[in-house]
Design a protein around this ligand. Structure first.
Ligand SMILES: [Zn+2]
Length: 400
């Protein structure tokens, strides 16, 4: 279940202003390793006495810590404040086609422990739910405030449900309600590529960049859009489903029901199919990319053929979004140097670059599970810290 974002339960403007001030104080503290009351005052424009009034109960609760002496500019040395990242925990879950990854994270968020559970491809939701509940109980502990689920497909985060996942073959799944009944904490759900994009906000590629698009290219193709530092999800939650943009009208039948979707021309099955046609025998992903049984020249040539289509998708993204950069997530076996050079050549052919020299930067990063679960934990932390405070629900979420 999602935290109610409405403010109808507030008793008046005074309470709302107080909550907003608490929100600004906590966010100022969260965004610095250490910060003094005077620095918070300068940053958010509130009197130090107001800040002290807000902060003191949070220090008593243990959410904010007082640490050491700050650097003094003369007179009494200020005490620094720090957000207590270990005040509470989140269980962050990634559901893949045949794997459940559960990470216990603190509020930073960083991973404290992880569990991985395999299940059969094609497992129904009804079969998987008891496995998920059992594994979550094994990872659960005191002061777990929320559970976040990240999954491939279209999700409705307001209703807390998975609308459709072609990867899992599930549709209309009320995942958040089912877990809420069992665990009694707030449950969040988000599309996996969106969680990956949120992770990038603090990564070497995304940090300091306000607007970027994160593309994932592997078994499927997806994207997560960050605008002004925030995830853009569209009106119905499906923004960034670029894998199902039609590249060839009347082309190959896609499992989504359309014909000619981008994903059908760039996914791993297509890469293997093209290689098989060239070498005249069947091969697996592991044989090609881990055991190197196929001549690298053939693999490289095939990847470039496929990345020709990725390049079209990248140009389309540049035309639609005009982002500062596009971060492309690929499996670690992929030769990113080769593809980066090639993609840069392709996008320099685009009209924006040719006419105005507006160059979107392209960078590659490796798809690993940690990035998805940390991104999901980040979404959850932001929601529970920001929204609960805005709603004056601090005690019900963080209280004893
Ligand atoms: Zn499709």
């Amino acid at each position: 279940m999602k935290v109610d974002r409405t403010i109808n339960n507030r008793t008046g403007n005074k309470d709302l202003i107080k909550d907003i001030n608490i929100y600004h104080c906590i966010n100022a503290i969260r965004s610095h390793d250490l910060i003094s009351r005077a620095e918070i005052s300068k940053e958010i424009g509130l009197a130090q006495s107001t800040i002290t009034k807000i902060i003191n109960p949070l220090i008593e609760d243990g959410l904010i810590l007082e640490v050491g002496d700050g650097t003094s500019t003369g007179g009494r040395k200020p005490i620094n404040l720090k957000f207590n990242n270990d005040f509470g925990f989140i269980l962050s879950v990634k559901i893949e086609a045949s794997k459940l990854i559960i990470a216990l994270c603190n509020l930073e968020p960083s991973i404290i422990s992880t569990s991985v559970t395999d299940f059969k491809i094609g497992t129904s939701y009804e079969e998987l739910l008891p496995i998920l509940i059992k594994e979550l109980h094994l990872m659960n502990q005191d002061r777990v405030f929320a559970i976040g689920i990240t999954i491939s497909g279209i999700v409705d985060d307001d209703k807390g449900m998975l609308i459709s996942s072609t990867l899992l073959g599930w549709s209309n799944i009320h995942l958040c309600d089912d877990l809420k009944k069992e665990f009694g904490v707030v449950i969040f759900i988000e599309n996996d590529v969106n969680a990956f994009a949120v992770y990038q906000l603090n990564s070497e590629f995304g940090k300091g960049h306000n607007s970027f698009v994160c593309m994932t290219v592997g078994e499927g193709v997806g994207s997560g859009i960050i605008i002004n530092g925030k995830l853009y999800k569209g009106e119905f939650g499906g923004a960034g489903e670029i894998g199902h943009q039609i590249l060839f009208p009347g082309g190959k039948k896609c499992y989504c029901g359309q014909h000619g979707c981008l994903e059908m021309y760039v996914n791993e099955d297509e890469v293997l199919h093209r290689i098989e046609q060239k070498i005249g025998q069947t091969v697996t992903y592991n044989q090609v990319f881990r055991e190197n049984v196929v001549d690298k020249k053939i693999v490289d040539e095939t990847m470039l053929e496929v990345y020709n289509f990725v390049g079209i998708a990248v140009i389309n993204l540049i035309m639609q979004m005009n982002p500062q950069r596009i971060i492309i997530g690929v499996k670690k076996e992929v030769d990113t140097e080769l593809l980066e050079t090639y993609l840069k050549e392709i996008i320099r052919e685009n009209w924006f670059y040719k006419k105005a020299k507006m160059e979107t930067e392209i960078c590659f990063t490796v798809l690993v599970n940690e990035k998805f679960v940390i991104g999901m934990a980040q979404i959850v932390t932001n929601e529970i810290v920001n929204n609960s405070i805005l709603l004056g629900e601090f005690n019900s979420v963080f209280g004893d």
